[in-house]
Design a protein around this ligand. Structure first.
Ligand code: SF4
Length: 706
């Protein structure tokens, strides 16, 4: 082991958006990596979940991608990056900048993300850079922007401990954000009067903490929060002064809500009226209320409306930006928030600035000194792969993600990857469903450094920026993603703007951009961390943005209004309630997809840990015992699920936590880990019209014995 490995390094967990601090050290004798929770980190105060605590088991080199390859044959970095630069430059010359694209990841560090976004938007001149974060929280971004005029998470994790009522909606926090769940459980144990309501079609492990579980019909969240808005407007909880001074649009939104009585909500959502009434009563009487929401809200064709229906209930009560109160989006990935901050989505600009705003475009272009700037949104994830099918994209570079497994209608995505004229894939492992396509003639695979080997920053769900630090050497010829991007940018003729020597320089530019022209009002500003020396960057403690050049910070946003729309007011957004999808005899089950406790995404990391694999050893379909009995399905037998898009075979797991008529299948398994088990091959490619986020939880399928 090199000198890096001889001491304990403070870093952060690479999995979920909780962003836990980790102490990592390497045993000098055995080379084992010892992982402990970092007691000083404000996200977790020493706690780790099963995934975080087993990180040491995931670091072996046996299946790592160690050398660049062209057409499946080992090549030098020089040859591989020449090939990417040539393919991108040729496509741009012949077909224009919108004929190339980057598809990146919420697993990237902010510094990687910053360079990727700068290359596409400022130098290639296209906004065709999107990310798997589109699958994770794009609806929250769109909802925040509609309501607040900015993509701002108003509160902090501490609010979850200070609240007297926590409404968890569309979130299996116990498995998907376990340390946040542990923090709430500990607070509830200290203050047993604290209440938790779970709104989720499934009775998940999170329900164990809930005083009330509302197992609503899938995708009816807008109705329940629209009814809540109506109820709050008629209760003493309404905050007329706050609404009058700081918001607009309440009358129209209330008019839309006027018919949503408790009885009507109960019918729409398939709930008991008495349960809906109790929930509304608790919210009305509890000032310190936080509504936590995640993928059950975001991954829906009405995801943005769901987000705004939630935010409306906090605006009308002024329960926002105050300790123990607020709407709270928890992100799936470790750096979905960092990606948002650098503009790593096809409809965003750097530093939370607006692609559609000419003043913002000019600001960024001036700062970058770039020859061009994208002036229209690029293709969002699902549309991007459709455009590849249509032959519009000639060169694609996929970085740190596995769209063959994770995107909806995954067989069609596979077909797109098989036909795009040029494909480059950067990954840490040597074999993924996506990487296979990069073995085609002339296509490129690039070995990337992974967690423990790379340096940079990430932002968690409460706007906390933390360092990820290296404690292992880069294996083989692996390079950092920001380096690979700079290599290619230089070969495309943009070397001056991509001459970064290390992540410190990238972070510094990102921080300086956030404070450039401070007269242009925005929420994101970390210019207080600009100009750090290498030593200062290396020892930078976690901090929450904004942190301005004068050292001022804003712990919570919007208690006193000051929203980011031009009139400084928040907008109530009218959210029409959609009819519940009719029963479809041909495809009678609703398919919900999601995570299990001990695996992460497409298992390229957690699949290496025997302990993590022991929890759920193989892909399965959770279904209600009544449905199983009706279909003659025995527990643990193999079942085939089919949709108009594909079919898979998995093990039946019977559970009365599952509603009759619906099934749950984990998202993780893929053709590398089990045959015929990629659940996203079943998923329809529907998206939310505002956010472009795929509806990953409401496809229609059949279930039968295999
Ligand atoms: Fe890692 Fe999330 Fe678990 Fe924390 S809660 S240890 S960030 S997976």
């Amino acid at each position: 082991m090199d000198a890096l490995a001889s001491r304990t390094i403070k870093t952060t967990c690479p999995y979920c958006g909780v962003g836990c601090g980790v102490n990592a050290s390497v045993d000098a004798l055995t080379s084992d990596v010892i992982i402990e929770g970092d007691k000083d980190h404000p996200a977790n105060f020493g706690r780790l979940c099963s995934k975080g605590s087993q990180l040491g088991e995931t670091l072996g080199l046996h299946d790592r991608l160690l050398h660049p390859a062209i057409g499946g044959r080992q090549a030098s970095w020089d040859e591989a990056t020449d090939r990417i630069a040539e393919a991108f430059s040729q496509a741009i010359e012949q077909h224009g900048p919108d004929s190339v694209a980057l598809y990146v990841s919420g697993q990237l560090l902010t510094e990687d993300y910053y360079v990727a976004n700068k290359l596409m938007k400022g130098f290639i001149g296209s906004a065709n850079i999107d990310t798997n974060s589109r699958l994770c929280m794009a609806s929250s971004v769109a909802g925040h922007k509609r309501a607040f005029g900015s993509d701002t998470v108003p509160g902090t994790y501490e609010d979850l401990e200070l609240a007297d009522l926590i409404v968890l909606t569309g979130s299996n926090l116990a498995w998907c954000h376990p340390v946040l769940f542990q923090r709430i459980a500990a607070a509830k144990q200290k203050r047993p009067g604290m209440r938790v309501v779970l709104i989720d079609p499934r009775r998940t492990p999170t329900a164990e903490l809930a005083d009330l579980h509302l197992p609503l019909t899938p995708d009816t969240d807008v109705a329940i929060f629209t009814g809540l808005l109506r109820h709050l407007a008629r209760s003493p909880a309404i905050a007329p002064d706050y609404v009058e001074t700081n918001t607009s649009g309440l009358d129209e939104t209330l008019s839309n809500a006027s018919s949503w009585t408790i009885e009507k909500v109960a019918e729409q959502c398939g709930l008991k009226p008495s349960d809906v009434a109790l929930f509304y009563q608790w919210v009305a009487e509890t000032e310190r209320t936080v509504t936590v929401y995640s993928q059950g809200v975001n991954q829906s064709a009405s995801g943005t409306d769901k987000v705004n229906a939630i935010i409306n209930t906090h605006l009308i009560t002024a329960r926002i930006g105050t300790p123990g109160m607020g709407p709270f989006s928890v992100t799936g990935q470790p750096n979905a928030m960092g990606g948002r901050e650098v503009g790593g989505l096809a409809n965003m600009l750097a530093s939370h600035l607006e692609l559609a705003n000419p003043e913002h475009r000019e600001l960024v272009q001036t700062f970058w000194g770039s020859p061009t700037i994208a002036n229209k949104p690029g293709l969002k994830a699902v549309d991007l792969f459709e455009a590849i099918h249509a032959g519009q994209i000639k060169a694609l570079w996929v970085v740190a993600t596995n769209p063959s497994v994770s995107l909806p209608d995954a067989n069609r995505v596979d077909a797109a990857l098989a036909k795009v004229p040029f494909l480059a894939v950067s990954d840490i492992v040597s074999s993924t469903d996506t990487l296979r396509h990069a073995a085609r003639t002339g296509c490129v695979a690039l070995p990337a450094t992974g967690w423990g080997e790379k340096d940079g920053t990430v932002t968690n769900s409460e706007r906390m920026i933390s360092r990820q630090r290296a404690f292992l050497p880069a294996p083989g010829e692996a390079r950092h993603d920001w380096q690979a991007l700079c290599n290619v940018a230089t070969k495309m003729g943009f070397g001056e703007a991509f001459s970064f020597e290390n992540p410190t320089e990238v972070f510094d530019e990102h921080a300086r951009l956030s404070g450039f022209k401070p007269e242009v009002r925005r929420d994101f500003d970390i210019s207080g961390r600009a100009g750090l020396s290498q030593v200062a960057y290396d020892s930078m403690p976690p901090f929450r943005w904004p942190l301005r050049a004068n050292g001022s910070q804003t712990e919570r946003f919007f208690a006193g209004g000051a929203f980011f729309h031009a009139d400084s007011r928040a907008k109530f957004v009218t959210t029409p309630v959609k009819a519940v999808e009719k029963h479809q005899p041909k495809y009678p089950f609703t398919l919900n997809t999601g995570r299990v406790r001990d695996h992460w995404h497409t298992m390229t990391r957690t699949g290496r840990s025997p302990r993590l694999s022991a929890h759920m050893g193989e892909p399965y379909c959770e279904l209600h015992p009544d449905d199983a009995s009706r279909l003659g399905i025995e527990p643990a037998s193999l079942v085939r699920l089919s949709s108009p898009h594909g079919s898979i075979i998995v093990r039946a797991l019977l559970s009365d936590g599952q509603q009759p008529g619906s099934v749950f299948v984990p998202m993780h398994w893929n053709d590398e880990t089990a045959s015929n088990a990629r659940v996203d091959t079943l998923v329809k490619p529907d998206t939310d019209p505002m956010s472009g986020q795929p509806a990953l939880k409401s496809s229609r399928v059949t279930v039968a014995n295999a």
